[in-house]
Design a protein around this ligand. Structure first.
Ligand code: FAD
Length: 294
C-alpha cells in the first residue's frame, strides 16, 4: 500500500501503533495513519480507499475507542491538521473545524462570555468526535448545534445539514455515512466570570467523580435506563478494583476501566465480558458498551 498511497502534504505513517492515538493507550497498528491537510486530500484518500477496497475510520482523540491488540487493517484518518482545527466566533455563534479540541473551544467560548458548552469541560475529544457521539454532561452537545458541514464517505461530496435533520440519541447519531468537517454551534450570552467559575466547578466535580489522570475511555457501558446507571450495578456487585492483567475497574467510578500499566486490549475486553456476565446473572440486565470496539 505504501507505494500506491496518494501523495498528501499532511502527515502519513504506515503501520502506526494505535496505542499512541487513544486515551486507553492500547491497540495494535493500523495499516495507514493519515492527517490530510485539505478537503481535496481527504477526498483523494477516500477515493483511494474505495478503489483499493480498504476500510477507513475517522479518529478524533480516540477517547471513546478500544482497538484490539491486532490493530486495524485499514486507513485511520485524523483531522489533526490545522486546516481542520480553525475556530471563528461570530456574535453568539461559533464555527469550528471537526479536528478542533473540545477543551480549547469550551475555554474560548467561556472567555468570550458565551455559555452552553461549559458542561463539556474535561472531555478529551475533538469537536467531530463529540458531535458524532453526541457527547454530554448534564445536557448534550446536539442541544446547541445549529448545522454541520459533512463529507459523504462514499462519494466525497460535501453538504451542509441542519441540526433538525440529524437524528441524535443517547451517545449516538445517524452520521456514520459522513465525515464531519465543521460545526456551527449557537451559544448564549452570559457573564464571563460566571461561566469561567461554572467551568472550574464542573471540572472539580468531574475530577472527584472520575479517574482523571489515568488512561481510560470514559464510561464503558451505556446506562441501561433513566433510573439506574451502569456504575450502580457494577458497584452493587462490589467490582470496583477488580483487575485482569493490566486493566482495573476504577475504584473511583465503577463504569470506568483504567489501563493501570501496560494493559492489553485483551485484558480490557475480558473485564468487560466479566462485568456483563455478572450483571446479567445477578440483575438480569444487559449492559451494552458505550465505547466503540474495533
Ligand atoms: C476521561 C474521560 C472523560 C469522558 N467524559 C465524557 C463525558 O463526560 N461525556 C461524554 O459524553 N463522553 C465522555 N467521554 C468519552 C469521549 O471523550 C467522548 O465520547 C468523545 O466524544 C470522543 O471524542 P473523540 O474525538 O476522541 O472521538 P473518537 O473516540 O476518536 O471517535 C469516536 C467516534 O466518533 C467518530 N468520529 C470522530 N471524529 C469524527 C468526524 N470528524 N466525523 C465523523 N465521525 C467521527 C469515530 O469514527 C468514532 O466512531 C470521556 C472520555 C474520557 C477518556
Amino acid at each position: 500500500m505504501k507505494n500506491k498511497f496518494p501523495k498528501v502534504r499532511g502527515k502519513v505513517r504506515f503501520n502506526e501503533p494505535l496505542a499512541r492515538h487513544t486515551t486507553f493507550h492500547v491497540g495494535g497498528p493500523c495499516k495507514v495513519w493519515v492527517e490530510p491537510s485539505s478537503e481535496d486530500e481527504l477526498r483523494e484518500i477516500l477515493r483511494f480507499a474505495r478503489s483499493n477496497k480498504r476500510k477507513i475510520l475517522v479518529l478524533g482523540m480516540g477517547s471513546n475507542i478500544l482497538f484490539r491488540d491486532k490493530g486495524f487493517d485499514g486507513i485511520a484518518i485524523h483531522l489533526g491538521n490545522k486546516h481542520f482545527k480553525k475556530v471563528r466566533f461570530d456574535g453568539t455563534r461559533v464555527t469550528a473545524g471537526a479536528g478542533a479540541e473540545l477543551g480549547v473551544l469550551v475555554n474560548a467560548a467561556c472567555r468570550k462570555g458565551l455559555g452552553g458548552i461549559e458542561g463539556l469541560v474535561g472531555i478529551p475529544a475533538t469537536l467531530g468526535g463529540a458531535i458524532f457521539m453526541n457527547s454530554g454532561y448534564r445536557g448534550n452537545i446536539s442541544d446547541c448545534l445549529e448545522k454541520l458541514k459533512l463529507m459523504d464517505k462514499a462519494g466525497g461530496k460535501t453538504r451542509i445539514i441542519r441540526q433538525k435533520d440529524i437524528r441524535f440519541g443517547y451517545r449516538q447519531s445517524n452520521l456514520s455515512r459522513y465525515i464531519i468537517l465543521e460545526a456551527t454551534l449557537r451559544l448564549k450570552k452570559n457573564k464571563r466570570k460566571m461561566l469561567l467559575k461554572r467551568k472550574r466547578d464542573l471540572l472539580k466535580t468531574k475530577k472527584w467523580e472520575q479517574p482523571f489522570g489515568h488512561f481510560s475511555a470514559g464510561c464503558i457501558f451505556r446506562n441501561p435506563n433513566n433510573k439506574s446507571s451502569a456504575a450502580q450495578y457494577i458497584d452493587m456487585l462490589g467490582l470496583k478494583g477488580k483487575r485482569m492483567g493490566g486493566a482495573e475497574i476504577s475504584k473511583q467510578h465503577a463504569n470506568f476501566i483504567i489501563n493501570l500499566k501496560n494493559a492489553k486490549a485483551e485484558d480490557i475486553l475480558r473485564l468487560i465480558s466479566f462485568v456483563k456476565t455478572r450483571v446479567k446473572s445477578r440483575f438480569n440486565v444487559n449492559l451494552v458498551p458505550e465505547i466503540i470496539i474495533i
